[in-house]
Design a binder for this molecule. Structure first.
Ligand code: FMN
Length: 169
């Protein structure tokens, strides 16, 4: 095996773009949330989504205690929301406008879409955890460009160059 270090791992994986979401939950102490780039759809039947929180995340342990969460897909101009909720600890939800879903999880204002979930399973994934969420409700709020993270910076989707012709999953 060719040896590589953490910097090489980060550099190579940084060439793969991700969307930027905020995973939220309503705790007894109020709303909480964390930014994740590791969100993906996982299964259609049953409807499952997934993301990978760091084992050290204090926000994830609070969300896990609630047992349900909402994935908020940020719009390309929601940098300020991203910066606020990527902070470690503290009252980072202060000033973030939102409403509650029917399931009681926070839906942030002006997001592209949201996916409301219950925690289905939590698996080991090295220094992270692999969280599977059972989707119980979902909606598109504003069909506009999501916030995209790529090579250490943020951007938006500039437009479709060619419609997909091959079947997508
Ligand atoms: C673009 C971006 C993507 C991120 N993706 C993840 C992720 O997939 N998993 C994760 O645990 N943290 C991720 N983070 C970092 C968390 O948002 C941040 O560490 C967390 O909110 C720290 O707070 P806590 O320790 O209070 O939970 C990401 C941050 C940014 C800016």
């Amino acid at each position: 095996m060719r040896p590589f270090d953490a910097a090489a791992f980060r550099r190579v994986l940084g060439h793969y773009p991700t969307g930027v979401c905020v995973v939220t939950a309503m705790t007894d102490d109020g709303p909480t949330g964390m930014v994740v780039g590791s969100f993906t759809s996982a299964s259609l039947e049953p409807p499952l989504v997934a993301f990978l929180p760091d084992r050290r995340s204090t926000t994830w342990s609070r969300i896990e205690g609630v047992g349900r969460f909402c994935v908020n897909i940020l719009a390309s101009e929601q940098h300020a929301v991203c910066d606020a909720l990527a902070k470690r600890g503290g009252d980072k939800f202060r000033g973030i406008s939102h409403r509650l879903s029917a399931n009681g999880s926070p839906i942030l204002d002006s997001v592209v879409a949201w996916i409301d979930c219950e925690v289905q399973a939590v698996h080991d994934a090295g220094d992270h955890l692999f969280v599977l969420g059972r989707v119980i409700d979902l909606e598109v709020e504003q069909p506009q460009s999501p916030l995209i993270f790529f090579q250490g910076g943020y951007g938006g989707f500039l437009g479709i160059v060619r419609e997909a012709t091959a079947p997508v999953r």
